[in-house]
Design a protein around this ligand. Sequence first.
Ligand SMILES: NC(=O)c1ccc[n+]([C@@H]2O[C@H](COP(=O)([O-])OP(=O)(O)OC[C@H]3O[C@@H](n4cnc5c(N)ncnc54)[C@H](OP(=O)(O)O)[C@@H]3O)[C@@H](O)[C@H]2O)c1
Length: 244
Amino acid sequence: MLSNKYKTALVTGASSGIGEAVVRLLSKKGYKVTALARRKSKLIKLKKETGCKSVIMDIRNTKEIEKLKKIKFDVFINNAGLGRGFDKIYKTKAVDIATTIDTNVQAFLQLLRCIVPGMVKRKKGHIINIGSIAGLYPLSSSVYGGSKGAVHLINQNLRLELSGTGIRCTEINPGRVDTEFFDVAFDDKKDAMNMKKGLNMLKASDIADSILFAIECPAHVNVSAIEITPTEQAPGGVKIEKLK
Ligand SMILES: NC(=O)c1ccc[n+]([C@@H]2O[C@H](COP(=O)([O-])OP(=O)(O)OC[C@H]3O[C@@H](n4cnc5c(N)ncnc54)[C@H](OP(=O)(O)O)[C@@H]3O)[C@@H](O)[C@H]2O)c1
């Protein structure tokens, strides 16, 4: 029998932005939430304010994340990610390509490997994968866009792999959200500021609301994907740049 009587949730990337907003919303809704990230002080504060559990962990540590196998999670918000190398590839450092792919693709998959088997065994669970419009449309960012394009296809494959198990799988593809994302992505503060100018950005809580909508749908409904952008942002189109 299909069930969406979820009680527990794991949120990666919970120390700021979208992850933090999801922890706050799900805790308010009565879920027992485990918040995971590297910054201890941020998670201690979140724990005090919401009653969530905290796990200080770098998701790129494949051995460490094995510990998560022992915990029963009904909902998994696969959210931790970054955009180092957000710029054009001919301006990107080798280390930034490695950091982005290791976090957004490698660790993202390793976490699924650790969390999904328990859900399959219990025949219950909901995986929320955080992608981006950068994974659906060309935005002049091959490294970050490529990593989120991988998330898009991973989610679609996962849907097929999990079909018949009772586990639901949702991809959330946001446009620009006002979080620490751009401060982490760019070394130059001006570049980060430029990304935040000129439009009314989404709030992290807007994304948390869309995630809750997917989780709270009746058990026979799988919201496969949500694309959500600021009203003033439309992805796609043709951009023409002349050589200087
Ligand atoms: N903001 C946007 O415009 C936007 C748009 C589309 C998609 N997204 C996606 O949304 C997700 C959340 O980003 P955000 O916008 O909320 O940015 P954010 O505020 O910078 O949050 C990123 C979170 O990921 C965590 N994280 C990064 N690397 C980690 C690692 N190795 N191990 C554990 N945790 C790690 C960070 O925590 P610690 O540093 O404490 O570890 C932080 O909590 C990302 O996947 C991002 O690609 C963002």
